[in-house]
Design a protein around this ligand. Structure first.
Ligand SMILES: [Zn+2]
Length: 161
């Protein structure tokens, strides 16, 4: 029987809980389909899935460091209100995207809006959280050479092109 190993395409169902047992995310009808061993998942999560067979379930808890990092106060920044233009409606809780000099886009959440400033939080939304994944492996197959070359899954569950 196939087990999860490098370059297998794995279909994974999961529920994600925080430390207080609150459900943060679940795959539901749309399981995650990914190529194992090429860095598509958090390394600690990949390590937990490694070696499982179809039908196996597992519960794994990741520290903030293994997850999305510690919450860092220095990632909360004040940006002049004028940087956003007059047209833009800004409200606490909104997620916006900033472009870095390198051309990457990074999301941030607005915490506060004043006449002069916008307080922006660049921490990952799950930073500082201890995360528990309840996993179930739904399927395992070999990745095709084309999928490996592209670095993503093709077919009904993945990219169509
Ligand atoms: Zn492709």
């Amino acid at each position: 029987m196939d087990t999860v190993a490098k370059h297998k395409v794995v279909t994974l169902e999961y529920e994600l809980y925080n430390a207080s047992g609150e459900l943060l995310e679940k795959t539901g009808d749309q399981p995650l389909v990914y190529i194992h061993g090429i860095g598509q998942l958090l390394p600690a999560l990949e390590a937990a899935v490694e070696g499982l067979s179809t039908g196996d379930t597992k519960e794994v808890t990741l520290t903030p460091e293994e997850g999305f990092g510690e919450y860092r106060e220095d990632q909360v920044q004040r940006i002049p209100r004028s940087a956003f233009g007059d047209e833009m409606e800004l409200e606490p809780g909104m997620t916006l995207y900033a472009r870095t000099e390198a051309g990457d886009t990074i999301p941030f959440m607005i915490l506060e809006v004043t006449d002069e400033d916008v307080v922006a939080d660049f921490n990952h939304p799950l930073a500082g959280e201890t995360l528990t994944f309840k996993l179930k492996v739904l399927g395992i197959r070999d990745a095709t050479p084309e999928e490996l070359a592209h670095g993503h899954v093709h077919g009904p569950e993945g990219h169509a092109h």
